[in-house]
Design a protein around this ligand. Structure first.
Ligand code: NI
Length: 266
């Protein structure tokens, strides 16, 4: 599978669990904007065959380069790395993983049993485009959600792309991120206000905002269907590194920490 094929199919799948993404993309396109992606982000577990570095390696095979910068989210028990694309029109790739050793034994046992039961052994571009394992029990999803929303989301949806991100700098008709946020709110889109609508500052070289995830149907064990929070759409404005023309390519853990909460129950 080529990178282009993967991204095209991933967008279709993502649009189903992020029902605001395609309408916002259309709204911006109709305004005459060309929508480019700043980054795509994944959630996974630190288990063999599916760790963040193994997921990242799928993109390295497509020419991506890992940046030597591991981000830590101690409160959420997450580590993350990111990868720069072979050509600038492709999105950067951000991969986080839940460190199961830092979670309760019962949560860790739940996740390992889900993975084992299905004999899921290794992620590939193809597995990222379908549900990784059999639908999980809704009772167990509810039981573990309070301990880790991240674990619940990933167990329910499987290892797949969590969000696309509009690259603000490529937009022509918005002077700043606040104007874009105002425009989206005026069009009835619900934005994540955790830590303020805009996460990050010009001096941090990255400003981000995002929609709040909406409820989407998800299949659970026994054919049970429940509406749970799916994915969000993100917006990122990057600033040049002082003294250069190069845009800052990294991520700010403090901001990303709040963006993760776009899938939280409010
Ligand atoms: Ni993001």
């Amino acid at each position: 599978m080529t990178l282009n094929d993967y991204l095209e199919q991933a967008w279709i799948r993502y649009s189903q669990i992020a029902p605001d993404a395609a309408p916002i993309h259309k709204l911006l396109s109709e305004r005459g904007e060309k929508v480019l992606n700043d980054h795509i982000a994944f959630r996974t577990f630190n288990l063999p065959g599916m760790s963040r570095l193994e997921l990242g390696a799928l993109f390295e095979a497509w020419g991506y380069k890992k940046v030597d910068d591991t981000l830590e989210f101690p409160e959420k028990h997450l580590l993350a790395n990111y990868y720069l694309p072979p050509e600038s029109h492709y999105p950067k790739v951000f991969v986080s993983e839940l460190i199961l050793e830092d979670c309760s034994k019962s949560l860790r046992d739940w996740i390992t049993s889900i993975v084992k039961k299905e004999g899921f052994s290794k992620i590939t571009p193809e597995t990222l485009l379908k549900r990784s394992w059999a639908p999980v029990s809704y009772e167990e999803y509810q039981k573990f959600y309070p301990e880790s929303e991240y674990a619940g989301w990933t167990a329910a949806f499987g290892i797949q792309l969590n969000h696309f991100t509009v690259f603000f700098n490529a937009l022509k008709t918005f002077p700043d991120l606040k104007t874009l946020n105002d425009f989206l709110q005026k069009n009835q889109f619900d934005l994540n206000a955790a830590g303020g609508l805009i996460k990050g500052t010009p001096s941090e070289l990255l400003e981000q905002s995002s929609t709040n995830a909406r409820r989407v149907p998800c299949e659970f064990a026994g054919g049970r269907k429940e509406n749970i929070l799916g994915c969000y759409y993100e917006f990122a404005k990057r600033y040049p590194i002082p003294g250069t023309k190069d845009l800052f390519n990294g991520f700010i853990p403090k901001s990303a920490d709040k963006i993760f909460e776009s899938t939280y129950e409010k």
